[in-house]
Design a protein around this ligand. Structure first.
Ligand code: AMP
Length: 215
């Protein structure tokens, strides 16, 4: 089973990914995480990538496809949960080709729809555990860590992403509207788009997704 989570920044892709991976044993692929990893390299490439990401703009298709293909070449679990990919129609078409070569296809595209004002509040409160990847949010009661600024799971100090601020959010949100939102129609035309009401609790949102998969 292959799933895409389609959503504006901070709509809850990371949180729902963790739940989906545990429930269905999926291979979680976040191109944002793969790129952040590549950007750690202290080379011209790594530094350029870092500043591209910090601007809030999308990274070029060539770079994203290279990190994605590298990852896929070294993975065996082909039940994919794609988080943050594809981000434009070109990437969606390339993904269709990659999957068709492996005799598989996308089964579900879940659209997590959240208003811009709510996203901004979430983005400024988001905190991450660098060690296990768990996502917290100090502005959402149910997502606060038990101990301030420390991961519940592995006790690592939490960090904030350098692109989680208001200025970069505006750019990222515009990139979503201009480049990514046309994918809604792309997948609607393939009859695999499912709109999820993402205002409820994490469990309510997850239950909507599970009901669609399990029925
Ligand atoms: P994310 O963690 O998904 O919010 O992604 C963080 C940043 O990584 C984005 O703002 C983009 O600069 C870059 N990025 C992640 N995935 C893609 C993609 N599929 N295409 C282009 N840029 C991407």
């Amino acid at each position: 089973m292959n799933i895409i989570l389609l959503a504006p920044p901070a709509a809850g892709k990371g949180t729902q990914s963790e739940l989906l991976v545990n429930e269905y044993n999926l291979n979680h692929i976040s191109t944002g995480d793969l790129l952040r990893n590549a950007a750690k390299e202290d080379t011209e490439f790594g530094n350029n990538l870092k500043s591209m990401m910090e601007s809030g703009k999308l990274v070029t298709d060539d770079i994203v496809l290279e990190v994605l293909n590298n990852y896929l070449d070294n993975t065996t679990n082909m039940n994919l949960l794609l988080d943050g990919f594809p981000r434009n129609t070109y990437q969606a078409k390339v993904l269709d080709e990659i999957l068709s070569k492996k005799n598989t296809k996308i089964d579900y595209v879940f659209l997590l729809d959240v208003d811009k004002e709510i996203l901004l509040e979430r983005i400024t409160g988001r905190r991450l555990c660098k060690s296990c990847g768990r996502v917290y949010n100090v502005n959402i009661e149910s997502l606060r860590p038990i101990e301030e600024n420390v991961c519940d799971k592995c006790k690592t100090e939490l960090t904030q992403r350098s692109d989680d601020n208001k200025e970069t959010f505006d750019v990222r949100y515009n990139e979503y509207l201009e480049q990514t939102s046309p994918l809604i129609e792309y997948y609607q035309n393939k009859n695999i788009l499912y709109k999820i009401d993402s205002i409820g609790t994490i469990d309510e949102i997850f239950n909507q997704i599970k009901n669609i998969i399990n029925n």
